[in-house]
Ligand binder design. Structure first.
Ligand code: GLU
Length: 293
């Protein structure tokens, strides 16, 4: 019987892997491998101004040092621009998008919660110049069942507003690229941090408009620092080392509710991951953050 589980890890090469991204890699890897599935890596190099030269290769070498071996070849979003253009055209042809002349500043001036106030949705003002492309949302409440966080609901119109699918600087937006690629790579389940929970509602909406296959979703708590800030490049999360991957892997597994048994403590990454895959159980992952790092 063929197994159709396909999971993925989709780092942005904006810097080296830090503990937060290691947790995302380990969680998605164990979830895929515990079901005999495939685990793919997609490099989300869609935003050159935010990228750090060499970071993509550095991330891949770090994954190798942690024995997080991916299936198939790595997909690079920078090679997929035609597919995003095609999806954008599909949305435009079906009347789902509109050009928008607003700036962040003008939106903030017209909306207390930074929700797009609909300024350009019925056409640009005569003297306005189009900058970004937005997708028109509707007043339906989007809801979905998250494998860990339970039922999530959002009303895109009142909570988010029409959102950007192509940015003013000409780059495709993450929301568009991610749904196009998850469908292209036939990802059956997405395992990632709760920082992307709200994004999922955008993704479900675009998947519907583009008639794409809808994957299952599981969002685990994200690691924070002592100031309760999400670990990221912006909060200066340190790069994880590759000289002693075992210790860091034990920490990531513990964070995900899978503290290694005594007989594998201090084992090498390969043995630790084998143990984790064998003992993997979503029920053990805390829904909310209980520890900070
Ligand atoms: N590239 C995104 C990030 O590094 C993750 C995207 C995703 O998992 O959908 O935050």
């Amino acid at each position: 019987m063929s197994n159709s589980y396909r999971g993925r890890f989709a780092p942005s090469p904006t810097g080296p892997l830090h503990f937060g991204s290691l947790v995302a890699a380990v969680g998605s890897y164990c979830q895929a491998k515990s079901q005999g599935g495939e685990w793919l890596v997609r490099m989300e190099d869609l935003d050159p101004p935010r990228e750090v030269p060499g970071a993509a290769d550095d991330i891949l070498r770090t994954l190798e040092a942690y024995h997080l071996n991916w299936d198939d070849t790595v997909l690079y979003q920078s090679q997929r621009l035609d597919a995003y253009e095609h999806a954008l055209n599909q949305l435009a042809t079906n009347g789902h998008t509109f050009p928008c002349a607003c700036t962040r500043k003008s939106i903030a001036a017209n909306s207390s919660l930074n929700i797009y106030p609909g300024t350009c949705r019925n056409g640009l003002a005569p003297d306005a110049t189009a900058r970004a492309t937005r997708v028109r949302v509707n007043s339906d409440t989007v809801n979905f069942h998250d494998g860990l966080q339970g039922t999530q609901k959002i009303n895109l119109e009142s909570d988010v507003g029409d959102f950007v699918v192509k940015r003013a600087d000409g780059l495709f937006a993450y929301h568009l690229a991610v749904v196009v690629d998850d469908a292209f790579q036939e990802i059956s389940e997405i395992v990632r941090g709760t920082d992307l929970l709200d994004s999922t509602l955008h993704h479900l909406y675009l998947q519907k408009l583009l008639a794409l296959q809808i994957p299952r979703y599981v969002h685990f708590p994200v690691a924070v620092n002592a100031q309760k800030e999400k670990l990221s490049k912006q909060t200066h999360a340190p790069a994880i080392n590759t000289t002693q991957p075992g210790a860091m892997l034990e920490k990531a597994l513990t964070f995900l509710g899978h503290e290694p048994d005594a007989d594998v403590i201090n084992a090498n990454p390969e043995t630790l991951l084998e143990w984790a895959v064998k003992n993997w159980d979503l029920e053990r992952i805390p829904r909310q953050l209980t520890i900070s790092v």
